[in-house]
Design a protein around this ligand. Structure first.
Ligand code: AHR
Length: 322
């Protein structure tokens, strides 16, 4: 279903709104010269995926002639909320953000709504009953990514499997959804069991640390399911340090398909990667332009993604952009 966007308010309408005491400072209309300003509140720089995502957004804004105000929340929700409030005060035309965690956004998004500043969710969703708080959500289907990881394991596991799971940031949509999708699929195989599961916060160091603990506490691990490449790469370091061979003694499944992950897959140290596409910049700029122009945008824009085996990674690597 399409949602009608009604944010191209005239200066007169904005003045009337302020006079009515509806709160907020207005916004939504592009500057006098037509330049659109986007305030983007990024999660942080926790992974190779995130670095590629930031670059894509910055480059796409420049190419589209859109002024980008950018903030890095260092994976803290309070920093993102502060950034969004500051974009409301600065009367940007559009606020876009990738929520660190799913819950706790209603108050600040209501402030943006009252100021007539449209919000676009990118990459990660919020868990709110009030879908009028944002115009659209552009990003991956994380549950489906988890399912693809589970399907590969179910198809390739010839006997019982002890799986350890490296979860993403606690409370983040990709951590919740990738777990759900994976568990849904492996439920068909009672001999595949998740024997330990802990967050590595989507970082390489987090993945390494948690894997070291798993290797000490859990005998005979068969499979690592890491919610992103970075944690999988950290797990590889821990497995090697424990005298085992990643990809052989312990199989590794990850999500993202950033270059470092794909190189490890091509080298046989990772066994399967589910792609999560970080190149959202161009689509975000297109959506922002439409929202400012008062055009209709879809409620949900799902990113197209694939999966990679070792041979497919070898073939894709020469052209990999990130
Ligand atoms: O939200 C997307 C996820 O966040 C990516 O899979 C991960 O690498 C990043 O940190």
């Amino acid at each position: 279903m399409l949602k009608k966007i009604t944010i191209a308010l005239s200066a007169v309408a904005l003045a009337a709104l302020a006079a009515c005491g509806e709160g907020g400072s207005g916004g939504a209309a592009a500057g006098d010269d037509g330049t659109i300003t986007i305030g983007f509140a990024q999660v942080g720089a926790e992974s190779g995926w995130r670095t590629a995502n930031t670059k894509s957004i910055q480059e796409a804004a420049e190419a589209a002639g859109i002024e980008l105000k950018f903030s890095d929340a260092q994976q803290r929700q309070e920093n993102q909320i502060r950034a969004i409030r500051s974009y409301v005060q600065q009367r940007v035309d559009v606020i876009a953000f990738s929520p660190v965690v799913e819950t706790g956004w209603d108050t600040v998004l209501l402030e943006a709504k009252r100021a007539n500043i449209p919000v676009i969710l990118t990459d990660r969703a919020v868990d709110s009953d009030d879908t009028s708080l944002y115009e659209t959500f552009l990003g991956s289907d994380f549950v489906e990514e988890g399912r693809k990881a589970g399907e590969w394991l179910v198809e390739n596991a010839t006997g019982p499997q002890k799986v350890v799971e490296l979860q993403g940031t606690t409370g983040a949509a990709p951590a919740i959804d990738r777990k759900e999708g994976f568990e849904e699929v492996i439920a068909s195989r009672p001999d595949i069991e998740i024997v330990a599961s802990q967050t590595g916060d989507f970082t390489r160091s987090g993945g390494k640390q948690v894997m070291e603990a798993f290797l000490r506490s859990t005998p005979d691990i068969d499979v690592v399911y890491a919610h992103n490449d970075d944690m999988g790469l950290g797990a590889i370091e821990a497995i090697k340090a424990a005298g085992k061979v990643p990809g052989k003694d312990i199989k590794i499944i990850t999500v993202d398909a950033v270059k470092a992950g794909m190189e490890a897959l091509a080298a046989g140290e990772i066994n399967f990667i589910v792609e999560c596409n970080p190149l959202l910049g161009e689509q975000l700029m297109e959506l922002a332009k439409k929202v400012v122009a008062g055009e209709e945008v879809p409620e949900r824009v799902v990113t197209e993604e694939t999966t990679f085996t070792q041979e497919e990674a070898k073939a894709a690597l020469p052209d990999r952009q990130y």
